[in-house]
Design a binder for this molecule. Structure first.
Ligand SMILES: [Zn+2]
Length: 333
């Protein structure tokens, strides 16, 4: 018990350190001499008399040097465009029009759209799947962890702080860990119910180890975080592909799952092919968030079809469909 408490305190302390250590992004734009000169002049002229920013910027946590950074990235981007030069990134991001103090308006609104898609999915699944289905709670849990992830995505895109960034990353990865766990529960034979709790414990431990490792590293390892998330995504897809092959039945609702996978893979090209923003508003990342709004609904169509099939085939308790060979054996008995 004492060991568990100590481990929990270490975990919380590590997360707290990770949440507050400064963002350490650097890009060609913020290393450019013209940009640096602009920032130092702005800070010298504007910031000597304290933080005299408009109330809405102060409310959203802007300070004078950070505001100078924003104003200079805007000036430098427009200068590059006027001179026909390629625009640059500043601290890992393109310059985007700031509206009302909010930093990434398009990504922020599309994150809210994704939250809405999962809230609708929660309602749609709850309405269409009978309460007797054993995995109903597991799927509704998926909606909840997804909604949580999109709340933090909205907050992060509204305003970049170390805290909001880490919450965005850790919530998104939590949704991925949960998805793989829920898929395993769905796919593994339910006759082995006693394995569900150890499996849940294993996933909790893996998630805690992942958060601890990233949190205790001297600098946040963005590459590792990306690898973990991509790895979980690949495992998730492989599990479902194996399941559809295993059952050896062409069930109509699986089309929604494959449509989901194809659409996600297609949309990920937006993340890989990063381009400068359109109209100072729509960067590749925001379009990726826009893309996932309708795509999320495919998964709920599949989930409802899967639950209805399970209720039809197993009278409400089962999801596990035996292998074809097992069916033959059962028939011959
Ligand atoms: Zn995002």
């Amino acid at each position: 018990m004492r060991l568990k408490t100590t481990a929990f305190i270490v975990f919380l302390a590590a997360v707290a350190v990770a949440l507050w250590c400064p963002l350490a992004w650097a890009s060609s734009g913020d290393r450019h001499p013209e940009f640096r000169q602009c920032v130092s002049t702005c800070v010298a002229n504007d910031c000597s008399n304290g933080n005299n920013l408009p109330w809405n910027l102060r409310l959203l946590g802007w300070d004078c040097p950070e505001n100078c950074d924003y104003k200079c990235s805007e000036w430098h981007t427009k200068k590059c465009m006027a001179e026909g030069k390629p625009v640059m990134q500043y601290h890992g991001m393109w310059w985007l029009i700031r509206i009302g103090g909010f930093q990434e308006i398009a990504s922020m609104w599309f994150s809210i759209g994704n939250f809405g898609a999962h809230a609708f999915g929660f309602y749609y699944y709850r309405k269409n799947v009978d309460g007797s289905y054993r995995l109903r709670g597991l799927w509704l849990g998926y909606s909840v962890v997804s909604m949580n992830a999109w709340v933090w995505s909205t907050v992060f895109h509204a305003r970049h702080f170390t805290f909001t960034e880490r919450m965005d990353y850790f919530s998104a990865s939590f949704a991925l860990f949960y998805s793989v766990f829920a898929t395993m529960i769905r796919i593994f034979p339910l006759q082995r119910k006693h394995l569900e709790v150890p499996l849940a414990a294993l996933f909790v431990e893996m998630y805690v180890a992942y958060v601890l490792f990233l949190s205790l590293s001297p600098t946040f390892d963005y590459g590792l975080n990306m690898k973990v998330c991509c790895g979980l995504g690949v495992v998730y897809m492989l599990l479902w592909i194996c399941e559809s092959v295993r059952t050896r039945q062409l069930r109509g609702y699986f089309i929604w799952l494959y449509a989901f996978f194809i659409a996600i893979l297609a949309g990920m090209s937006l993340e890989l092919y990063d381009f400068s923003p359109y109209y100072g508003l729509f960067d590749a990342h925001s379009l990726w968030h826009a893309w996932t709004i309708p795509v999320s609904c495919f998964l709920y169509k599949f989930a409802v079809g899967d639950a209805k099939a399970a209720l039809r085939e197993k009278g409400g308790d089962g999801v596990y469909l035996p292998l074809l060979s097992e069916k033959v054996l059962l028939k011959n008995q």
